[in-house]
Design a protein around this ligand. Sequence first.
Ligand code: FES
Length: 571
Amino acid sequence: MSRKLRSSHWFGLTDRDGFIHRSWMKNQGFPPDVFDGRPVIGICNTWSELTPCNAHLRQVAGRVKRGVWEAGGFPLEFPVMSLGETNIRPTAMLFRNLASMDVEESIRGNPIDGVVLLCGCDKTTPSLLMGAASCDVPAIVVSGGPMLNGRFQDQTIGSGTSVWQMSEDVRAGKMKAQDFFEAEQCQSRSAGHCMSMGTASTMACMVEALGMGLPQNAATPAVDSRRYVLAHMAGRRIVDLVKEDVRISHILTRQAFENAIKVNAAIGGSSNFVLHMLAIAGRVGVKLDLDDFARIGHELPLLVDLMPSGKFLMEDFYYAGGVPAVVRELGDRIHRDALTVNGKTMGENTADAPCWNREVIREIGNPIRERAGLAVVRGNLAPDGAVVKPSAATPLLLKHRGRAVVFESIEDFKARIDDPNLDVDENSVMVMKGAGPKGYPGMPEVGNMPLPPKLLARGITDLVRISDARMSGTAYGTVVLHVSPESAAGGPLALVRDGDEIELDIEFRKLNLCISDEEMARRRAAWVPPAPVASSGYQRMYIDHVLQSHQGADLDFLVGCRGAGIPRESH
Ligand code: FES
């Protein structure tokens, strides 16, 4: 390898600065020859006990290190901000961009030639990819892997999906509170992230479909020994990627993004996929817009029968063949010559991928549902678009017209939804404002508003729900999300009033507020923007700079690749 590595600008110096860079590192007991010019591999770790889905990642990092040492590299593990979906408030999405800045600056500022990205819980994957993409260094993602299937009272229960179901059952008086409590442990019975096709699993599948992870990165359970083999192999491979100078931009091409959109349709992936893909594409400089998701993905069928759209879980998906089996099934719809991090093309990686269970992964000629990819709707209620996940929706509601029941915020919703006098019926359209990127701030996962108890008691299980919020990837329902522009930015969503008629038509991609242009203009003239939720600190910076959801909700000044040039000396 004749090329000079980044790390040589630290460890290869023979002057006082070289002494400083090496000497302090030697306090960790590294022998002198590790500074001999071998590739330095950063292991970017989102381990945290506050991120339970990633709490096992230090063990995974240990396996990556084994592989790096074996291949002649020098592994150095470093922590970055970790985002645990279940604990962090007001919402992990608020901090995705902050974590990506941490990743970007940690890579660029340190003697790192290539990086292994360890992630799992929802936002940890896009934040690491965004940060690394803005540096454009060689990189491999190793996901932490899903938890084992949940089992409760001899039933399979899935992360999140079953929580939404059981909590509705408790509210409807069909489940005892004590049973609900007991189900907590039964749902989460091993290390790993959510094992339904929620956002974490969707992100792990995205990584594999983009070519940024080794085959079977997505589905191998966290506690399966093969997860450790995969981490070990990733450690070996990243050293080669550095030697070959295969950088993220060589893998994350337009073809790779198109592959990921198609795979996401076939697996019934989370609606959050859209936001994260747009943001990652923005960092690496690939042109991708909201309509690409509808154009490329919507016509594709749903092949994988996983919760929340179906009944199985990631453990079953792994045993059935995982992402390689899905890619093989998609055949020529996939760009088979797209390069992946193991040095082979997507086609080479999946040409002989077996499927062991046709209940879990269907054949293309026998899908679970036709035209199941994420749908993008537009109209006078969402001029810049909104997103619907048809595979998680009630087919009959995909074309619907009904009267709006409006909630001005999530707090307003919580205060009134249980009121028996709430004027709502099975034809109503529930609308919530103030949950977009700027308004909340950070777009919380509250778009799947729970139904009013009086309708649940009558056996009603779904209503059309519309908001500028996101929805957990584990959730389901006829939920229109990411309405753009958001209400706090003056989008038409801000102008909806109780009793207005709203028309949704997924087939014709429509979302309209059925009022006249004159009435719309009158309401707009009277609209008063809400005061920003924060007046200082990170939240204020976020509010001032966050892009709207149809642009991926990145911060405007973070879009783009700034490379990994060598920064000036620190002393
Ligand atoms: Fe971490 Fe679902 S809460 S992946």
